[in-house]
Design a protein around this ligand. Structure first.
Ligand SMILES: CC(C)(COP(=O)(O)OP(=O)(O)OC[C@H]1O[C@@H](n2cnc3c(N)ncnc32)[C@H](O)[C@@H]1OP(=O)(O)O)[C@@H](O)C(=O)NCCC(=O)NCCS
Length: 124
């Protein structure tokens, strides 16, 4: 468990009883019917971390080996540095990558220490 520089913020491994809270945060951002299953598997094979702000679950991050699979911060807690802290405090090593990054999040990832390596183009 890590007490962050951000007041009232704690970042630690998620526990299995937090699954439903993680799912409810995920649902506000994207629809993926098998997220439950995937999350359960991530508990076993990967690393699931949560950010708690004043004991409220503010966001989560999921790693699988060297890959950042998913990060979501609840809307009410955005813009406070929690996402950046989640990335930097939980990364398993320095040689990491992000599988899917929308242009919308490019700035966030850059601010969190990433750079663009490849650009993929698809037929219009
Ligand atoms: C992307 C996301 C995790 C960022 O979380 P956050 O806690 O609001 O981000 P932070 O406050 O830590 O931001 C860190 C830096 O990135 C910048 N930033 C964050 N989101 C940004 C955006 N959409 N556009 C431009 N800059 C952004 C912040 O201004 C901040 O800059 P600073 O270090 O100079 O102050 C959050 O917006 C989110 O959950 N979005 C929906 C889910 C999502 O898209 N996840 C990623 C793909 S799975």
């Amino acid at each position: 468990m890590k007490t962050s520089k951000i007041k009232g913020l704690v970042i630690r491994k998620a526990n299995i009883f937090e699954i439903s809270k993680i799912v409810s945060i995920q649902k506000t951002h994207f629809i993926y019917s098998k997220f439950w299953l995937w999350l359960l598997r991530s508990f076993l094979t990967g690393h699931v971390f949560v950010a708690l702000k004043n004991n409220n679950l503010a966001g989560f991050i999921i790693w699988n080996n060297k890959t950042l699979c998913s990060i979501v911060v609840s809307e009410a807690f955005r813009g406070q540095g929690i996402g950046k802290e989640l990335v930097n405090e939980t990364m398993p090593c320095t040689d990491i990558q992000i599988v899917e990054c929308s242009l919308h999040n490019k700035k966030f990832y850059e601010k969190s220490g990433f750079k663009v390596e490849k650009l993929k183009m698809v037929k219009r």
